[in-house]
Design a protein around this ligand. Structure first.
Ligand code: GAL
Length: 358
């Protein structure tokens, strides 16, 4: 018995020693037996609510990956300051420095082809995020370029369905239709275009009729602009304005400030929906100051972007598209973040889907 105890103690001590050794290798800054990978990350603009959540989660997750696999992921994250020429310079620097992979949230999605061509010339794989490229862009270097994101048509549709699902279908004055405005994000961004279009399609598909009060206000994802445009719309249209579709929560949060200042009450004489599920929007939702929002899943999108980047750095080929679903949020708990696998799509499949969409 004594003998067994002794053996167990020795065993336990050696396990501890090995564990400490492994730990030291990671915390002392060296990569242990692991490799060091250099990751260039180009963000379209640091000063953006949603992309800030995304960026922070991406950094955190790469840290977790490194702690798990013993590799060191060195992230070089650049702020494109919403200027494509600034960002092109940053990406060209990544290429010149020979980064192992580039993760790019382009300022101007039409720059995708030239970014991919430059990276391909130096054999640096590219993971595009947040702004959907065309299938033609991804055909330039199949297997080594990919898009990780969410399908913006889905977020618009969910917004429309959310209004259609209200007991009065959003039709406060009972005239058989909703009179609405849209607060639009950056018009060059496919998310803004598709949410604007599909929020209405989603509403109409549920049998609702609409009355457009004004052309979409170009509030560029910006809270202050959302507030400003909403204030002037409320002044111009008064009680006729029943529904506000905001392409993102930043603008919706600004709009709610204008709604309150005008003495209107969300849920009683006006409805407003956003997209992203940022903390400020969830706070408004908790206090019944926002009709709803749609989770733009930065958590899963950033994790998948990192996972795919790691596969590329290991020399593997990856799929063309990785999608994470948007989720309708009418109470804060709906926006709970939990890891789910991405849906993969090939270029051929997406072409069919686009053709069906028309
Ligand atoms: C959208 C998001 C916006 C903004 C934009 C940047 O997906 O909803 O809030 O971050 O991306 O491209």
């Amino acid at each position: 018995m004594k003998q067994l105890k002794k053996v167990l103690v020795i065993l336990f001590a050696s396990v501890l020693l090995v564990a400490c050794g492994a730990n030291n290798a990671k915390t002392d800054g060296s990569s242990g037996s692991g490799k060091t990978y250099n990751v260039g990350v180009a963000i379209y603009r640091f000063d953006d609510n949603f992309m800030t959540l995304y960026r922070q989660e991406l950094e955190k997750y790469f840290g977790e990956l490194g702690a798990k696999d013993g590799n060191t992921y060195k992230l070089d994250i650049q702020d494109g300051k919403q200027d494509q020429s600034t960002q092109t310079e940053q990406i060209n620097n990544f290429i010149a420095q020979g980064k192992d992979v580039i993760i790019a949230n382009l300022v101007d999605p039409t720059a995708a082809a030239s970014v991919i061509n430059s990276a391909k010339a130096k054999e640096i794989p590219v993971v595009l995020i947040n702004r959907e490229p065309t299938p033609q862009d991804l055909e330039i270097w199949p297997g080594k370029t990919t898009y990780v994101g969410a399908d913006a048509t889905q977020s618009g549709t969910i917004q429309g369905e959310m209004i259609a699902g209200l007991p009065n279908k959003g039709d406060i004055n009972g005239d058989g239709k909703i009179s609405y405005i849209t607060l639009m994000g950056d018009p060059a961004n496919v998310d803004a275009q598709q949410r604007t279009e599909y929020s209405i399609k989603g509403y109409e598909a549920k049998g609702g009729a609409v009355n457009l009060l004004a052309q979409p206000y170009q509030a560029n994802w910006d809270s202050a602009k959302g507030q400003e445009f909403t204030a002037s719309a409320l002044e111009q249209f008064g009680k006729d304005l029943e529904v506000i579709f905001a392409n993102n929560d930043g603008m919706a949060v600004g709009a709610v400030t204008a709604i309150n200042a005008a003495g209107r009450k969300v849920g009683e004489d006006i409805y407003i929906v956003g997209v992203d599920a940022i903390p400020d929007a969830l706070e408004l939702l908790k206090n019944a100051q926002l009709t709803g929002t749609v989770l733009n899943d930065h958590f899963n999108q950033s994790h998948t972007a990192a996972d795919v980047a790691v596969e590329l750095m290991q020399g593997k080929d990856v799929e063309a598209y990785y999608w994470h679903d948007y989720v309708g949020v009418t109470k804060p708990e709906d926006a709970e973040l939990k890891r789910v696998d991405a849906r993969k799509e090939t270029i051929a499949e997406i072409k069919v889907r686009y053709a069906e969409r028309g």
